[in-house]
Design a protein around this ligand. Structure first.
Ligand code: HSE
Length: 441
């Protein structure tokens, strides 16, 4: 029996996720109301174009182009328009009028999160954003609530489905990056006009900023997230990784660590393609699926896996937030503010330590291995493994060439970059063919 009044819900945006949210809310409204303890009334859906085709039918009388009027008087505003403006202005208007806001807008949260959280706190409203990271996968609420009593050490996430699809095709079907990107575009994973948000790692960096802020109770600005995309990953690297027992994955890494330079404790947030051991649970994440692997002090290792995108799948996360917001209205009291009390320093990439695998072409002559080893030790980088394969001299070549694959112990980025620079100019090295970090071991 629902005794609380009907809550007025305004939806901004009816794209692939918004249309599904509207449709599911209309279809299952009564059931969701029973779970919430309050009636749920979708009072309108703000769109740019009333006649645009949609992935689910929305009754015409719910559609409006006047978002501002719709926000006025709403108890819950769902923002699924994307982009920074006017989404930011609308969210601030909604919060300032006391409405709870639900958003899936990772770019906005990563860029203007503190301003929005402050606005919510001022009026005792709540900002929900389960859909902003890894689509359908519940990861925001587990980090904010379920793991609130624990200490997160590290998060390794596959949070971009497009790049996981591409790297997986390279690994399992032997496709080049270009061919795999073409397949991803054909299937609608990568944007036709501009796939750079995915393949250059921008999308993953936004999600990393959100996850690191939550995990470490510290505001992690987007521009402090180190980012490399997958555009320079070659099929040769993927093949070599497979032979060595690794798979290349684009990882979102959030880590509590000691600054290699100052010795101070801080937070590292970074995105890059890395070698992951095939025995690691993240190596089993195929296709466009997402997964977030959390290492917590008391809970140990946890993995959250599922669909990182998709209209209906992401709508599930939004509707979970709708039920949470409605329950909060019924119970009353102010929303829970974002926790940023730890305020840890954000470490630059030069202060991060990790392991590396470096592949070199050298001339197969006496003293070459010793010279290479001296370059590593001279920069304070400790070698863990060395593997050498020799190719017979080609016609006209004076000597055979060798390929050296060198695995390092943990080393700082700055020491490693100095080592690579020295290798590149060394007389004994013909070329440095690959430098990849190793994570998850
Ligand atoms: N473009 C994203 C991806 C989905 O490929 O995972 C939305 O975050």
């Amino acid at each position: 029996m629902i005794e609380y009044r009907n809550l007025r819900i305004a939806l901004l945006g009816a794209g692939s996720v918004g249309a599904q949210v509207a449709s599911l809310l209309l279809e299952h409204g009564e059931e969701l109301a029973n779970r919430s303890g309050a009636g749920l009334e979708l009072v309108g859906v703000a769109v740019r174009d009333l006649d645009a085709p949609r992935s689910a039918d929305i009754p015409r009388d719910l559609l409006t182009t006047d978002a501002e009027s719709l926000i006025l008087g709403a108890d819950i505003v769902i923002e699924l328009m994307g982009g920074l403006e006017p989404a930011r202005t609308y969210i601030l208007q909604a919060l300032n009028s006391g409405a709870d806001v639900i958003t899936g807008n990772k770019a906005l949260l990563a860029t203007h999160g503190p301003e929005l959280f402050d606005a919510a706190e001022q009026v005792g409203a709540q900002l929900y954003y389960e859909a902003a990271v890894a689509g359908a996968i519940p990861i925001i609420r587990p980090l904010r609530d379920s793991l609130a009593g624990d200490r997160i050490k590290r998060i390794l996430g596959i949070v971009n489905g497009t790049t996981n699809f591409i790297l997986d095709r390279m690994d399992t079907a032997g496709e080049s990056l270009e061919a795999a990107l073409a397949t991803a575009t054909e299937l609608g994973y990568a944007e036709k006009s501009d796939p750079s948000a995915d393949i250059e790692g921008f999308d993953a960096a936004q999600k990393t900023a959100i996850l690191a802020s939550l995990a470490f109770h510290t505001t992690v600005p987007l521009d402090s997230v180190y980012r490399e995309g997958i555009t320079s990953v070659t099929i040769e690297q993927v093949d070599a990784a497979r032979k060595a027992g690794y798979v290349v994955k684009l990882l979102a890494i959030c880590e509590r660590m000691t600054d290699a330079v100052t010795g101070e404790e801080g937070v590292s947030a970074r995105v890059y393609p890395a070698l992951v051991p095939r025995s690691h649970p993240l190596a089993a994440v195929h296709g466009a699926k997402n997964a977030v692997f959390v290492e917590a002090e008391a809970a140990g290792d946890l993995m959250f896996y599922g669909a990182g995108a998709g209209g209906k799948e992401t709508a599930s996360a939004v509707l979970g937030d709708v039920v949470s917001a409605a329950r909060r209205h019924v119970i009353g009291g102010p929303g829970v503010a974002e926790s940023t009390h730890a305020n840890l320093p954000i470490l630059p990439i030069s202060s991060v330590t990790t392991r590396y695998q470096i592949t070199l072409r050298v001339i197969d002559e006496p003293g070459v291995l010793a010279a290479v080893a001296t370059l590593f030790s001279g920069h304070g980088v400790s070698v863990e493994t060395v593997e050498q394969s020799v190719a017979a001299p080609g016609r006209g070549d004076a000597a055979a060439t060798a390929t050296l694959v060198i695995g390092t112990h943990e080393a700082s980025e700055s020491d490693l970059s100095a080592t690579v620079a020295a290798l590149e100019t060394s007389q004994v090295v013909s070329s440095v063919t690959s430098v990849l970090r190793v994570e998850g071991s």
